[in-house]
Design a binder for this molecule. Structure first.
Ligand code: FO1
Length: 306
């Protein structure tokens, strides 16, 4: 079975890792949100791309899900002494990624090309593609502070400001990165990983051609919400602040018109009858490597029945 997975940060990375344990490299392409990307300390940072690649490479920090395992923060500590900006925790190993990526971007290489080179260096054999090589920046409209850039909202303000909406700056002119639409075309199904629907999956769906390519495919979403709460991150809080009761049902409705199948947690089993598409009820938490593979297997089993 040939699959494309659309992924954001930590939850998405875990499921793609499970899928990568089950599918050979030629049968899995992972398309990653780049709306979270930003420039910081003169460096180009692509948090979701790095989270997915580090996870697939077995290099990710197991505690946070983002950044590198066994990380040190010597640069940040020295920067703090000088009164520099330290709110975004860039570890020493991780910095090498940002330095080399930034150097290559300045030399005219594309993000997708650089990602391919880095994946080869890290031993990641499955294809990881940024959604676009063009700049897309997620802006979060907040009640108190007006519009904030995504990392300002997410990391600096710790997702505390109440949100009113989102804007993806640059989306009108962003083209899908080379290979994205081709991979969807060739796929038997597309999986929307348990990432934040508002700020991880929606930016990918908003890139020209991606949503319409998905409309011709079997599409299965895995809920990032269990029992009204998100496993990690602000998705449930965002639903509440936007006037929608956070639930697996709200996620299914978020993607309405696009889905052929839906996967949600046992805790939400009662909601299954309200979802008008084939729904699998299973354990969607992925605390261990085995859980990632088990959930990925459930997703593949569901796809085979559609
Ligand atoms: N998330 C945090 O909550 N605090 C951080 O200091 C932080 C640093 C960081 C550095 C590199 C990187 O690739 C990711 C990092 N993240 C951090 C995670 C990240 O910004 C978010 O999880 C995503 O953008 C949302 O998917």
């Amino acid at each position: 079975m040939k699959l494309v997975a659309l992924a954001g940060g930590v939850g998405g990375a875990k499921l793609t890792d499970g899928l990568a344990q089950l599918l050979p490299p030629e049968n899995l392409t992972i398309v990653v949100n780049t709306g979270d990307d930003f420039e910081h300390l003169g460096l180009y940072i692509s948090p979701d791309l790095d989270t997915v690649c580090y996870t697939l490479a077995g290099l990710a920090n197991p505690k946070t899900g983002w950044g590198r395992a066994g990380e040190t923060y010597h640069l940040l500590e020295s920067l703090a002494v000088l009164g520099g900006e330290t709110w975004f925790r860039l570890g020493d190993k991780d910095l090498a990624t940002h330095l080399e990526r930034t150097r290559r971007l300045h030399a005219g290489e594309t993000l997708s090309h650089i990602t391919r080179l880095f994946c080869r260096a890290w031993g990641v054999r499955h294809t990881v593609l940024p959604m676009s090589d063009d700049s897309v920046r997620t802006m979060v409209e907040t009640v108190k502070y007006g519009e904030l850039s995504f990392q300002e909202y997410f990391v600096h303000q710790r997702c505390e400001p109440k949100v009113k909406g989102f804007r993806f700056v640059g989306i009108e002119s962003a083209r899908a990165a080379p290979g994205v639409l081709e991979a969807i075309e060739m796929a038997d199904a597309v999986v929307l990983c348990p990432s934040n629907p508002w700020v991880s999956i929606d930016p990918i769906l908003a890139v020209a051609g991606i949503r319409s390519a998905l409309e011709k495919k079997k599409v299965v979403a895995v809920s990032p919400i269990i029992g009204g709460k998100t496993v990690k991150g602000p998705a449930a809080k965002m639903y509440s602040e936007l006037g929608v009761r956070p639930s697996a049902l709200a996620v299914a409705e978020h993607y309405s018109g696009l889905l052929t199948g839906f996967v949600m947690d046992q805790l939400d089993a009662k909601l299954a009858e309200e979802i008008p598409i084939t729904t699998m009820v299973t354990d969607i938490l992925m605390p261990t490597q085995d859980d990632r593979r088990r959930l990925a297997q459930d997703v593949l089993d569901l796809i085979r029945t559609l």
